[in-house]
Design a protein around this ligand. Sequence first.
Ligand SMILES: [Zn+2]
Length: 474
Amino acid sequence: MAILLEDVTLITTGIKKPVLTGQQIIIDRGVVADVGRQVDLQKFPVRKRIDCSGKIVMPGLINAHSHLTEVLQRSFRDNVRMETWREYRAGTEKAVRLTPEDITAAASLACAEMLKAGVTAVVDHFSTRPGLSVEKMRAIVSAFDRTGIRGVLAPSLRDQDFLTLLKDRSGKKTSVGEEPWEEKVLEIIRDTQKTSKCTSVMLGPSNPLNCSDSLLLKVVEIAEAQNLGIHTHLLETKLQQWGARRLYSGGVVARMKKLGLLSPRLSAAHGIWLTEREMDFMASAGASVVHNPASNLKLGSGLAPVIKLRNRGVNVALGTDGGDTSDTYSIFEQMRLAAFLSRLTSEDSAQWVTSREALRMATLNGARAIPAWRNKIGKIQKGYCADLVILKPHLRLCPLNDIVNQLVYCESGQSVDTVFVNGEIVLRNGRLLRVDERRLTEQVQSVSEKMYRTYQRLPRHGSDIRFYRKRDWI
Ligand SMILES: [Zn+2]
């Protein structure tokens, strides 16, 4: 039996007609069965009608790069660069040794935050120290299932450390001692294919600089055999660019090209320090870049060349990165920042990212960056999965005139009233229907407090900073 949304003001994500009024939407068996001014009600027996007059219906937002368990270390740190931050984060996790229950609770809390702010799909580039295990990956899938969000698990893979490689050019002591990952990842792929309608897997090499050739070749082989996407970090910091040039002649993107990693399967987070030639490689391969403006600002990593990427035809999606580095899982915030920051990278206002483009980055482009959901989510169209958000305009949308401008520049997520994922209502009247938010918060608070105490006892990393300075890269 179908659900009918009536008198809808619909956000289409189209450039020419971004907003349509007086629409009807039929949701049946998880998909948008029909949409238009007058849908065929004979064909779909309606069991529930939702009056959307005075409300806005938009496609669910897509968070194309995040780390869900980092919510546990939310805002532990201030003014640290990415490499130092990463040491602290990993050191804290290693000392605490999270259980699968801790992981599910933390990831569920991050998913809850996203659903309440209109995010219906997320890529979790997942790692916890020490080591990757099937139980830990299942814990993430369980958070997706529990909250009802559409989730992509991209287990983080690495077998070398580029900073160690740079310090010790002899090539010794480069292994980081990670266990074999192939069987574990194949097992979780089988699991999700059997049991979950809304979960899929991407392969997630942490960063090509932290992966050997053989690991990357294996990733490409499995991705092709299993028809999976590949997700990675790429050239997030100036240090990574500096190191890549010293370790690989021609740079890291040329190395990825040689290893077969550049293809429409690939989505790469950040890409701040891509050269013009490397952007050309990404464009001709049909690869995506995921822009994470809040995280890049907090860590002082730089400004991603979004305008240059877009002008080359590279698909640019949006992500929040971790709950520690950007302090939020809000895609509304990333849209606003993406549009605003583009104004600092070009003097030509005609080149700036507009609100309409930012909205596409957060919806359609996000879907394009996830092969499993490409052409299935990201817009409200007949045949697409029914992942959509009903907004009841909050004060920040009042007075309401240019809806798309205001969604991107004014909205914070407070207007989110109802959320559908795969045709199921998972949030109604601003309340989550599948999880007890208070219980979840309490559970995560106690684990996070333990981590904070552990973090405060960690030795501070002055030596890394001296190492960077010695090589004069800053
Ligand atoms: Zn990241």
